[in-house]
Write a protein that binds this ligand. Structure first.
Ligand SMILES: CC(C)(COP(=O)(O)OP(=O)(O)OC[C@H]1O[C@@H](n2cnc3c(N)ncnc32)[C@H](O)[C@@H]1OP(=O)(O)O)[C@@H](O)C(=O)NCCC(=O)NCCS
Length: 172
């Protein structure tokens, strides 16, 4: 079944606030896209420098309920942000929200989260959940109305630690 999406084409109509950035649902990433996304995730601390993002990207795109949304700079098409969204029929989830350092603070993160909420609400989900790995991101999500509801263990080597589980109702 195709991923329910509020936008009919691969490109969204909405520019991220004030940035002239174009949001796009990435369905067939090029090798350059995968390289750019890997670099972005490493530079924003989402994955270790030794990891390739290819498998996670392919898993998301091929998942029944997965969407990979990216933001490109309108001038040079450079990927400046990513977000994965999906659901397990009970909860909606956001993963891999990353904004390139030079594009942070421009409203792109907020716009992507708002888009995820719209996608998941359209899919009939009532609640969205996020596993947050650092306090800074937790403050960002709290600013967007997410509540801290508990912690979730992360066993990713080399160190295991506790992530924070945050949630928000999608019922308006
Ligand atoms: C956290 C992150 C996604 C924020 O994205 P962003 O595009 O810079 O944020 P925005 O410009 O959309 O900010 C939206 C609002 O959140 C606030 N905000 C942004 N970062 C914040 C932070 N670290 N702490 C508290 N509030 C924050 C902004 O001030 C703004 O508030 P306002 O509407 O009252 O002005 C981005 O900094 C990032 O990619 N960080 C590294 C990767 C990461 O940690 N991802 C999250 C994984 S769970």
């Amino acid at each position: 079944m195709p991923v329910p999406s509020p936008f009919g084409s691969d490109k969204t109509n909405g520019d991220a606030d004030g940035a002239g950035i174009v949001l796009e649902q990435l369905k067939q990433p090029s090798a350059e896209d995968i390289t750019a996304i890997t670099r972005l995730w490493i530079s924003t601390g989402l994955i270790p420098a030794i990891r390739d993002a290819r498998q996670d990207i392919e898993n998301c795109i091929s998942a029944q309920h997965g969407s990979l949304i990216i933001a490109r700079h309108p001038g040079d098409d450079q990927i400046v942000a990513t977000m994965m969204t999906g659901h397990d029929d009970i909860f909606g989830w956001i993963h891999y929200l990353a904004i390139a350092e030079h594009a942070q603070g421009m409203g792109i993160g907020r716009e992507l989260v708002r888009l995820a909420e719209d996608i998941l609400r359209t899919s009939g989900l009532r609640e969205i959940r996020i596993t947050v790995e650092n306090a800074t991101a937790g403050d960002f999500y709290a600013n967007l109305g997410y509540e801290r509801v508990g912690s979730a263990p992360d066993q990713t080597p080399p160190e295991s630690h506790q992530n924070t589980l945050m949630c928000k109702s999608l019922i308006q």
